[in-house]
Design a protein. Structure first.
Length: 344
C-alpha cells in the first residue's frame, strides 16, 4: 500500500528553473516588506479609532485580511527557496490555504464595500439595515467562519490522505491523493463562484452609478448632488480597477490549469502563467491602501496631518541648520581677524 502511494515529483509536477525561483523570491520579499509596512500603518490607524460606520467595519476586515496574507508570504518565499519535502509539505498543507483564504477574504470584503457604497447612493436619505454597524460586524464574523470552516476541514483531510513523496516537488499537486485532488477542485470551484459573484456585482454597481451620473448631468441637477455622484463613481472605479488588475488574471489562468490541463507542454505554460498571476494577485496588499485613501475621510485627514507635521519639522530644521552654518562662519571670521591682529 505504501509503494502504491509513493509518488515522485517528476511524474506530475513542473520544476521551476533556479533563475525563475530567484525572481519570485525577490519580488515576493519586496511585496512582503512593503505590504507589511503599509498594512501595519493602516492597522494602527484603524484600531486607534472606533468603527463609526459599516464602511469602517469592512475596511478594518479588509486590512486584517491583507495583513494576515502578508504574514504568510514568507512561507511562499521558502516554498521557492527550498525543495525539501517537509517545507513543501508544510506550504502545501497550510501555507497555500492560508494565503488563498485571506485572498478570498479580501475579495469578499471588497464586494461588501461596493454594496455599501451602492446602497448609500440608492438610499441617500436613509440607512439600510445592511449599512448598520451591527449588521456589518455580524456579516464580517459569518464571512470569516464560512471561509475558515471548509479550509480547516480541507487541510485536515489533506494531511490524513497525503501520499508519500520521495523528492522535493515544485508544486502542491504531488501531495494530493485522489480524495485530496477532488477536494482541491471542489474548493477552487467554490472560490471561482465567489470571485464571479463579486466581479459581476462590481461591474453592475459601477454601470448603475455611471448611469445615474449621466442622468444627473442630463437633468442638470444641483452641482453638489452631481459632484457626490461623480465622487461615488470615482471611488467605485478605483475599487473595480484594483479588483480587475489583481484578481481577474489569476482566475483566468487558474480555471484552465485546475480543471482542464495540468500536464505536458500546455500544462507547463499554464503553470508558469498561474505562478505569475498569483504573484499579481498578491499585489493587492500594496494597492488596497489606495481604496482606504479614497473611501475613508478620516484616513485622508490623518495622512494629510502627518504629512503637514513632517513638512513643518523639515521647515524648522532648515533655519536651524542655516543659523548653525552662519554662526560657524562668523566664528571662523572672528578667529581669523584675531590671529591677524596678534601678528600685527
Amino acid at each position: 500500500m505504501a509503494d502504491s502511494n509513493n509518488i515522485t515529483s517528476n511524474q506530475t509536477c513542473v520544476m521551476i528553473a533556479t533563475s525563475v525561483s530567484t525572481f519570485f523570491i525577490l519580488v515576493y520579499s519586496i511585496l512582503f516588506l512593503v505590504g507589511l509596512l503599509l498594512n501595519c500603518f493602516i492597522m494602527k490607524f484603524y484600531f486607534q479609532q472606533q468603527a463609526s460606520s459599516s464602511l469602517m467595519v469592512y475596511l478594518k476586515n479588509l486590512t486584517a485580511a491583507d495583513f494576515l496574507l502578508c504574514l504568510f508570504l514568507p512561507l511562499r518565499i521558502v516554498h521557492y527557496a527550498s525543495s525539501s519535502v517537509p517545507i513543501q509539505r508544510l506550504y502545501s498543507s497550510f501555507g497555500a490555504s492560508a494565503i488563498f483564504l485571506n485572498m478570498y477574504a479580501s475579495i469578499i470584503f471588497m464586494g461588501y464595500i461596493a454594496v455599501n457604497r451602492y446602497l448609500k447612493i440608492v438610499h441617500p436619505s436613509r440607512i439600510h439595515f445592511l449599512q448598520t454597524i451591527q449588521a456589518a460586524r455580524k456579516i464580517s464574523l459569518i464571512t470569516w467562519l464560512i471561509l475558515l470552516a471548509p479550509t480547516v476541514i480541507y487541510n485536515i483531510l489533506l494531511l490524513i490522505t497525503q501520499p508519500l513523496v520521495s523528492a522535493g516537488p515544485g508544486c502542491c499537486s504531488v501531495f494530493f491523493s485522489e480524495l485530496g485532488s477532488v477536494l482541491h477542485k471542489t474548493l477552487h470551484a467554490g472560490c471561482i463562484i465567489i470571485f464571479l459573484l463579486v466581479f459581476i456585482s462590481l461591474v453592475v454597481f459601477y454601470y448603475s452609478i455611471s448611469h445615474r451620473v449621466l442622468q444627473a448631468q442630463q437633468r442638470q441637477l444641483a452641482s453638489s448632488g452631481c459632484e457626490k455622484l461623480l465622487k461615488s463613481r470615482r471611488n467605485m472605479l478605483v475599487l473595480v480597477s484594483i479588483f480587475c488588475v489583481c484578481f481577474v488574471p489569476h482566475h483566468l489562468v487558474r480555471l484552465p490549469f485546475t480543471f482542464l490541463c495540468s500536464k505536458g507542454f500546455v500544462g507547463q505554460v499554464l503553470y508558469y502563467l498561474k505562478e505569475v498571476a498569483t504573484l499579481v494577485s498578491v499585489f493587492n496588499i500594496c494597492l488596497d491602501p489606495v481604496v482606504y485613501f479614497f473611501l475613508c475621510k478620516a484616513f485622508r485627514a490623518q495622512l494629510s496631518q502627518k504629512t503637514e507635521s513632517l513638512r513643518a519639522q523639515v521647515n524648522i530644521q532648515q533655519p536651524k541648520k542655516e543659523n548653525e552654518n552662519t554662526e560657524q562662519q562668523l566664528s571662523i571670521l572672528q578667529s581669523t581677524a584675531t590671529s591677524q591682529t596678534s601678528e600685527l
